[in-house]
Design a protein around this ligand. Structure first.
Ligand code: NAD
Length: 312
C-alpha cells in the first residue's frame, strides 16, 4: 500500500488518520512539533512497526532522511481560533512555508498530496449552504485572516503545483469535525461545552447562540480524506456534515447528555464570527462515493464519554 507522510500526526485528526492508514496496511511517517498536538494521541502507535514518528517543524526543511513517500497529508496548522489568534505567525507559515516545502517533497517523490483546508475559506458566507464554487466572503486583514488567508494561500499554492508542475494534488475543505482526542482547552465548541459540564461550570455561548454550525464525526472525516487522496479529484472538496444545529441547541444536548443543569452564560460574539456554516457535499458524494455513517446521536455520546474518562 505504500508509505504516507502525515504532517500534524499528533493532532486530533492526524492521530485518527494515522490509525486508519495503519489499519489499511500502509506504512505511516508521522511528523509533528507539538505546537498544539499531544504526545498521548500517538503513544499507542509506538509499538507498530509500520509507524515512524519524527519530531520536526514542517515550516522548515526536515533534516531526517524520510526516504521516498507515496502520499503526503498536510494537516499541520494551529486549527482553533483561540490558538491561531495566539500563534498568528505559526499559522501563517503553516499555510505558506510548510505547504510549499511539502509540495516540493511531493513533486520530488512523485507523491500524491492532500492539504487540509477549511470551511473558513468561505469566511462569513453570503451564500448558504456553501458549495465549492462559492469564492467566499473573507476579511483579508481581520483578526481571523491569519488562518483564513493562510488556508486560502495554501489552496492557491496547491493548485499552482498541480497546474504548473503536474503534482497530483487534493484540497479538502474541512468543516467542523469532532471526536475523541480534541483538546479540551482550545476553545472549540464541542470540547468547550463538554469540559464546562464535566467541571460543573456554566456553558459559554458566544452571542445569542442562534448561529448555526454543523459537526462531522472524525471517523467519517478521515474516510473522506483517504478517499480524496486516492481519487483523481483536483478541485477543492467539502467534507463535513450538512446537518445544522444552533449553538444553543448543542448546549442543551450536552447538558442533557451529562444529566447536568449548569447555566448557559452568553459572551460577546467574536469579530468576524460566521453566522451560518453548512457544507454542500454533493461533490464528495458523487466523486468519492463518500457517505456519512456516524450520526450526532451516536458520535456525541462517544466523544463525551471519552472526555469523561481520558481528560478529567
Ligand atoms: P490539531 O491542532 O489537533 O492538529 C494539528 C497538528 O499539527 C498538531 O498536532 C500540531 O502540533 C501540528 N502542527 C502545527 N504546526 C506544525 C508545524 N509547523 N510543524 C509540525 N507540526 C505542526 O488540529 P486538527 O483539528 O487535528 O486539525 C488538523 C488540520 O485540519 C488543520 O490543518 C486544520 O486547520 C484543519 N481543519 C480542522 C478542522 C476541525 O474541525 N478539526 C476544521 C477545518 C480544518
Amino acid at each position: 500500500m505504500g508509505t504516507s507522510l502525515i504532517a500534524g500526526a499528533a493532532g486530533f485528526i492526524g492521530s485518527h488518520l494515522s490509525e486508519r492508514l495503519l489499519a489499511d496496511g500502509e506504512r505511516v511517517i508521522g511528523v509533528d512539533n507539538f505546537v498544539t498536538g499531544d504526545r498521548r494521541n500517538i503513544a499507542h502507535l509506538a509499538a507498530n512497526p509500520a509507524w515512524r514518528f519524527v519530531e520536526a517543524d514542517v515550516t522548515r526543511p526536515i533534516v531526517e532522511d524520510l526516504g521516498r513517500v507515496d502520499a503526503i497529508y498536510h494537516l499541520a496548522s494551529p486549527a482553533s481560533p483561540v490558538v491561531y489568534l495566539a500563534k498568528p505567525f505559526e499559522t501563517l507559515y503553516a499555510g505558506s512555508d510548510a505547504t510549499r516545502l511539502l509540495l516540493e517533497r511531493a513533486e520530488r517523490d512523485g507523491a500524491r498530496f492532500l492539504v487540509a483546508s477549511t470551511s473558513e475559506v468561505y469566511g462569513d458566507p453570503l451564500v448558504h449552504p456553501q458549495p465549492e464554487s462559492y469564492w467566499g466572503h473573507v476579511n483579508p486583514v481581520g483578526p481571523r485572516s491569519v488562518y483564513d488567508e493562510a488556508k486560502r494561500f495554501g489552496e492557491t499554492l496547491t493548485m499552482a503545483f498541480h497546474r504548473y508542475k503536474g503534482v497530483q494534488t487534493h484540497i479538502a475543505r474541512i468543516f467542523n469535525t469532532y471526536g475523541p482526542r480534541m483538546s479540551l482547552n482550545d476553545g472549540r465548541i464541542i470540547p468547550a461545552f463538554c469540559g464546562a459540564v464535566l467541571r460543573g461550570e456554566p456553558i459559554p455561548v458566544f452571542g445569542d447562540g442562534l448561529q448555526t454550525r454543523s459537526y462531522c464525526y472524525v471517523d467519517d472525516l478521515v474516510d473522506g480524506l483517504v478517499r480524496l487522496q486516492r481519487s483523481d479529484l483536483r478541485e477543492p472538496c467539502n467534507l463535513g456534515n450538512p446537518h445544522e444545529l444552533t449553538v444553543l441547541a448543542l448546549a442543551s444536548i450536552v447538558r442533557k447528555l451529562a444529566g447536568s443543569e449548569v447555566a448557559i452564560v452568553h459572551h460577546p460574539l467574536p469579530e468576524d464570527d460566521p453566522r451560518q456554516r453548512r457544507p454542500v457535499i454533493d461533490r464528495a458524494r458523487a466523486e468519492l462515493g463518500w457517505e456519512l455513517k456516524v450520526s450526532f446521536e451516536e458520535g456525541l455520546p462517544r466523544t463525551f464519554a471519552w472526555f469523561r474518562t481520558h481528560r478529567t
